[in-house]
Write a protein that binds this ligand. Structure first.
Ligand SMILES: Nc1ncnc2c1ncn2[C@@H]1O[C@H](COP(=O)(O)OP(=O)(O)OP(=O)(O)O)[C@@H](O)[C@H]1O
Ligand SMILES: [Mg+2]
Length: 578
């Protein structure tokens, strides 16, 4: 935290100086009030004759103090917020930068909902904590210790009475905070849950409506919300009981001061003005304590949130860069050597002992039943995950030895689920190659068979894509994703089931165009349909995470029963388009 505070320490120090001014003005007023009552109203020094001139002079002095105190308070607020907002801004940027560096396993571990809560709500809590701390700590401690000090200066007996009440107040505060503290971490975790549900439900609203699951989701969200409210009410109840308890204690103090004061006025050791001033100081002390309670509440919440923000900031990327950025004699060779893989934290072995070499310029298709490990296999090539056993080599170099960016520059991947951004189609394609020319973008779109529908749209390549590509059909999204991967011009092209939403004719045209425009690149095509893969140089059949067979369409149709089964089930389509 110090790293962030240090940068804006000057704002915090200026804020603190203004706060000292504000509180000093508050503390000087009761003494003036005491003088107004004793000398101005009761005429203590002039034989009981009031002094109107003195009342006006001291009254004016009081108003000046109030105005000056108010000015100090306003300036303090400005500098406090400059400190808090700037710190929050830096933290948000750092967290975002960190999240961008996260590996896939780290993203899986945190979850998107939790990361959103941490970057938004948790950092706001930390920001509030810093502001409250800078403003509140000085104000409360000065108000508390200042009023006790002035009270002693006014009358030692009154000072002692207030001091005696102190241990009781501390006891009440400690009890309440010990009860409330564990609830703050729980509150943030429950917010995570609500955010995760919100994200899922808002992005999946179409499927919720289609499956008429609105009621179920309403209940799920309602339950999470009720839990949050329950915890929040527990916290509020604790503090709701604490405030009157502290208040009552302070009124007991006021009563004792009045009783002791009445005796002392009789003996001449105190004046009515002193009693009024003592009561004002007691009220100020009470204000200080109540403020301290609020402050502790914010601090506790801020500390709980800071812990969660720190988890993000302190996470080191768990894929260590190898640093290799050089070039090799090979361009586009991939080798799996005895590769086995299980997702971090999962006992299921997804890939078992894979041995496969894909040569530069070769087109290799991967087929297999759903969940057999096709996506997992190709995700090891750009090192989205690390193999649990064995090695993955790209151009003869182990992927662990590469600088991650250098490795990923060699590879272009169109993911199974097309992710588009809310930007014009042109930008979505150029994402693959920042600074790509209009002709390069159009050429990639033509190869991806996307040029037709893009040009037919009123704004052509400038058509805005809605959030997550909502304004496009599944097949259109897939083709833009493919164009994005093609424009990159990488040595290795991976299509993870990226043409599943295309009709067979468009898909066949796409692969033919790709063969023509990118003859040298190595192509890995994951697909479910024989028509998509039959022209590949080799077809790898995966079964239960293992390679069941590998060969050309003609070889597999003769020798691989799994492939034969798939072929038989798709025969009709094959004959028409094959
Ligand atoms: N992030 C993950 N964490 C844990 N397990 C996962 C993860 N992703 C996939 N799996 C599991 O790994 C196995 C293989 O998944 P994978 O996505 O590789 O299958 P696939 O062959 O691509 O299937 P599909 O044809 O449906 O895309 C599945 O059993 C799946 O449950
Ligand atoms: Mg898959």
């Amino acid at each position: 935290m110090w790293k962030y505070i240090r940068k804006y320490l000057h704002f915090a120090v200026i804020a603190a100086a203004f706060m000292v001014g504000e509180v000093l003005m508050d503390l000087l007023q009761p003494e003036l009030m005491s003088a107004i009552v004793d000398d101005g109203v009761l005429g203590a020094g002039t034989g009981g004759v009031g002094n109107l001139h003195l009342i006006w002079t001291l009254g004016l002095k009081m108003i000046c103090l109030v105005l000056f105190g108010g000015l100090c308070g306003s300036l303090n607020n400005v500098f406090v917020h400059l400190t808090g907002q700037n710190i929050g801004n830096d933290m948000r940027k750092d967290c975002f930068r960190k999240i961008m560096e996260f590996s896939f396993p780290q993203m899986d571990r945190f979850g998107a909902g939790s990361l959103v809560t941490r970057v938004t709500n948790d950092i706001t809590q930390v920001q509030n904590f810093v502001s409250q701390f800078v403003r509140g700590m000085i104000r409360t401690s000065m108000l508390m210790f200042g009023s006790i000090f002035f009270m002693f200066r006014l009358n030692r007996d009154f000072g002692r009475i207030v001091l005696c009440a102190f241990p009781f107040i501390v006891g009440i505060l400690a009890l309440c905070l010990s009860k409330a503290n564990p609830l703050f971490g729980k509150l943030q975790a429950q917010l995570d849950e609500i955010n995760a549900i919100m994200q899922e439900d808002v992005s999946g609203i179409r499927i919720i409506k289609a499956c008429v699951r609105e009621l179920y989701e309403k209940i799920r969200f309602g339950k999470a919300n009720d839990e949050l409210v329950k915890t929040q009410l527990q916290v509020l109840t604790i503090f709701a009981f604490m405030n009157p308890a502290v208040n009552a204690l302070m009124y007991v103090v006021v009563l004792i001061i009045l009783a002791a004061g009445s005796v002392e006025v009789g003996t001449g050791t105190a004046t009515p003005g002193t009693i009024i001033a003592a009561i004002t100081y007691t009220t100020q002390l009470l204000n200080g304590i109540l403020m301290l309670v609020m402050l502790f509440q914010n601090i506790s919440r801020g500390i709980a949130s800071w812990g969660r923000v720190r988890e993000v900031l302190d996470s080191e990327p768990d894929l260590k860069d190898g640093g290799f950025t050089g070039s090799t004699m090979l361009h586009g060779q991939i080798e799996f050597k005895n590769v086995s893989f299980a997702y971090p934290g999962s006992p299921q072995v997804v890939l078992k002992n894979i041995n496969l070499t894909i040569h530069p310029g070769e087109t290799v298709a991967i087929m297999g039943t759903t969940g057999c490990g096709k996506s997992s296999l190709v995700n090891l090539i750009p090192r989205f995950y690390d193999a649990t056993e064995g090695d993955v080599l790209v151009d003869g170099v182990n992927v662990r030895e590469y600088d991650q960016k250098a490795l990923r520059r060699k590879i272009s991947i169109a993911l199974q689920k097309s992710e588009l951004f809310s930007a014009p189609i042109r930008e979505n394609i150029a994402w693959g190659k920042p600074g790509a020319s209009a002709e390069e973008i159009a050429q990639a779109a033509r190869t991806a068979q996307a040029d037709g529908f893009i040009c037919a749209a009123p704004d052509g390549y400038d058509t805005l894509v809605a959030e997550r590509g909502m304004s496009l059909s599944g097949g259109q999204k897939q083709r833009i994703s493919i164009a994005r991967s093609i424009v990159k011009g990488a040595e290795i092209l991976i299509f993870d089931d990226s043409t599943s939403a295309l009709d067979l004719k468009t898909e066949a045209d796409l692969y033919a165009a790709l063969k023509e425009t990118s003859p040298a690149s190595t192509k890995i095509i994951i697909a479910q349909r024989i028509a998509s893969v039959r022209r590949a140089d080799r077809i790898v059949v995966l079964e239960g995470g293992q390679i069941a067979a590998c060969g050309t369409h003609e070889e597999l149709i003769k020798s691989c029963p799994v492939y034969q089964d798939i072929y038989d089930s798709q025969m009709g389509e094959e004959e028409r388009y094959g």
